[in-house]
Design a protein around this ligand. Structure first.
Ligand code: UD1
Length: 417
């Protein structure tokens, strides 16, 4: 299993190119199940493990996927299957997003219930409730859920929590259901807006994607599309935090500042100098960060996916920073690993208090999920001495060519096979 070896303590400097958004690309590619026409999706971080899993999912359901660099063509090969294989769903929970398009088109879908994961239980009750409101019946069988409805009907759905996945699943189901469906208390992440644009390209009418109320006028038959995925705000945010932690200066190319409001404002409070323009963000950090407390919230709040890297940055702040996680129930696994590097973090339930140190020192540590892995990278780059990160496959799920991108910006980071 691969490991990263980092010689820390070097300032990041120069330019880093941001990839297309993983979390926008996944639902958009799955939305190609809504049509038999060819779809071309550009700016896809196609080398990521989660994307490879998505290609396999689409192929197992009967699509043909042709990948050329970051451009992905999804073609029809005849009829689609309506059963998602467990072997794929257990590797990537986002596979449950296939349920919406398949149920709406074929009136029947069988998906394995995804298990929990390191950061929490992650149920799918909000997705299922939405399908029920649209007229689906469900039965559980052998660890799978079977959803059926001769025809879904348009409906007014109010989510009990603005779940990202449930909003996407229901948007896709609504796009292939003739009539007007509204989703209230919808997730507002920029990835919703991107999916909305794609669904419009396919021929649905979409209003308010990326706001708390989405309205979709679906059609029984949807066409093909060509679409360019938005930049990855979480990858961009991770680079900004890594740069701040190493007290460096970098320019992110291909990044969208408007998608990172809460993070940029916290970074400014911590003492970073930030400038941005169309398609770029520049950050310079000259001294130890000031303590800035954060609470994770659904967008436009501080993203849970940057909570762990934020904590890594705060390990060297002046003072005490409180980090509260409200989105997932068990997302502090990185705290103990950071402790091995000398960080002082007290965790109690969903809150952690970080007492800033002058510097962390390198240590052998282990990633437990994608973003915990990103936090360890941030810490390792900033720490004095050598850090070895095990279970790098978690990081590979979400960060494309990360060692190449960071090395170009002056980091000493190597992959050991
Ligand atoms: C997506 C992102 C993930 C991010 C998360 C929150 C993708 C592929 N993944 O995950 O990176 O961390 O949004 O921004 O885009 N919940 C329920 N019932 C449900 C659905 C969700 O209780 O039916 C709970 C979850 O357990 C979790 C919270 O709601 O505690 C947020 O989940 P959700 O917004 O659905 O996140 P994902 O779509 O899984």
């Amino acid at each position: 299993m691969d490991r990263f070896i980092i010689d820390g303590g070097r300032r990041l400097k120069g330019a880093i190119k941001v990839s297309g958004s993983k979390n926008a690309a996944l639902p958009i590619l799955i939305a190609t199940l809504l049509t038999d026409e060819t779809c071309v999706v550009e700016n896809v971080p196609s080398t990521l493990r989660d994307l490879r899993t998505t290609f396999r999912l689409l192929e197992s359901l009967g699509k043909r996927v042709v990948v050329k660099g970051s451009t992905v063509r999804v073609l029809s090969t005849g009829s689609l299957k309506t059963q998602a294989p467990y072997e794929i769903v257990k590797q990537m929970r986002a596979s449950v997003l296939a349920a919406g398009p398949l149920l709406a088109r074929f009136g029947l879908v069988r998906v394995p219930i995804p298990g929990g994961c390191a950061i929490g239980l992650r149920p799918i009750d909000i997705h299922l409730k939405g399908f029920e409101i649209m007229g689906a019946r469900r039965i559980a069988d052998q660890g799978d859920i079977i959803l059926s409805a001769p025809r879904l009907r348009p409906a007014a759905i109010a989510l009990r929590f603005p779940s990202v996945g449930a909003t996407q699943n229901l948007m896709m189901a609504a796009a292939a259901t003739p009539g007007r469906t509204t989703i209230g208390n919808a997730a507002r992440e920029p990835e919703m807006g991107d999916l909305g644009k794609f669904l419009e390209q396919l021929g649905a009418k979409v209003h308010g994607a990326g706001t708390a109320k989405v309205t979709i006028e679906g059609k029984a038959k949807l066409g093909g599309a060509r679409h360019k995925v938005i930049p990855d705000r979480i990858e961009a945010g991770t680079f900004l935090l890594a740069c701040a932690a190493t007290r460096g200066r970098v320019k992110l190319v291909g990044a969208e500042a408007a998608h990172l409001g809460a993070v940029l404002s916290a970074l400014k409070k911590a003492g970073a100098k930030i400038r941005s323009g169309k398609g770029w963000i520049e950050l310079a950090m000259e001294r130890r960060p000031k303590a800035v407390s954060i609470v994770t919230k659904p967008y436009p709040g501080f993203p849970t996916d940057l909570q762990a890297p934020w904590m890594a940055l705060m390990t060297t702040c002046t003072g005490f920073a409180k980090v509260v996680e409200t989105v997932f129930e068990n997302r502090f696994l990185h705290a103990a690993e950071l402790g091995r590097m000398g960080a002082q973090i007290a965790v109690s339930g969903r809150a952690a208090v970080v007492a800033g140190q002058e510097r962390l020192s390198g240590a052998p540590i282990m990633a437990s999920d994608i973003r915990a892995g990103a936090a360890l990278l941030v810490a390792g780059l900033a720490a004095k001495g050598r850090t070895t990160i095990a279970r790098v496959y978690h990081i590979d799920r979400g960060y494309e060519e990360i060692e190449r991108k960071l090395s170009r910006a002056g980091a000493r980071l190597a992959r050991q096979k």
